[in-house]
Design a protein around this ligand. Sequence first.
Ligand code: SAM
Length: 280
Amino acid sequence: MADISWGLRARTLLARAGFRPQHSLGQNFLLDDDVLEHLIDLSGVGPDDHVLEIGPGPGVMTRLLAGRVRRVTAVEIDRALEPVLSEMLSGVENAEVVYRDAMKADLSEFVGGPFRVVANLPYYITADAVLKVLLSGLPVLSLSVMVQREAAERMLSQPGDKNWCLLAATVSYFADAAVLAEIPPEAFEPRPHVASAFLHLDVYREKPVKPRDEALFLKVLAAAFAMRRKTLVNNLKAAFDLDSERAKRIVRSVSEDERVRGEALTLQKLAEISDRIGAL
Ligand code: SAM
């Protein structure tokens, strides 16, 4: 079977089905076997892994993944791809496609135990999709996702960077993130107007920051970035119904500057704040 190019086959099947890619669904496909094999190499998936793929498109990546991992579950919103996907995956027993909106679906329906996400994500849901997986509480081991380069830069930003935001803070709490490859627009069909990056999030087994109550910490994080022109004291007052004195005392316990903004504090300091609020 090594002589078969799955990309070529997908192209033929897409043409035969009269398929027209929809910009609104982020349908910029990767149809080059070599590029996809390289991305799969970079993702680090192996024969024991269950992979969740969000948006398989015509299924070239899905087909290649199925040859390398234990199981692939692909969630695709567009039923118009069904004739192509069923041909691409015919006879493949360890890959299944579920036709659903991944953003509305309960991911626990698709995965039982530990899993990895590999996807060329539709860019209109990049941030929401990454957050949905990280915040799901499911045992995700890693996410290796093609995203718009700017989205990757935002997710990799650190305290003090101009891009530092709730998304970056949440990503850096859950995972060690890195860009593994930059992919030019020419690699996609049709070509997007933006450059892309293959982002890898290696989810921490042991998190470097350990708040006592994770759900409360995530609320503190959201509050810290809620109204960026407000001080952390004001944001905490609003989010946790605290009186001024109490909110100031909590902020002073981690910062000399009572007027500090949430975005200026490290995750460790925000975790200390969360522990203090939890102890009230
Ligand atoms: N993985 C394929 C590839 O690399 O060629 C397709 C990638 S394309 C960038 C994104 C895919 O996600 C499209 O097939 C699109 O229909 C699908 N998609 C868009 N929104 C979705 C959603 N909310 N849930 C599931 N799939 C979605």
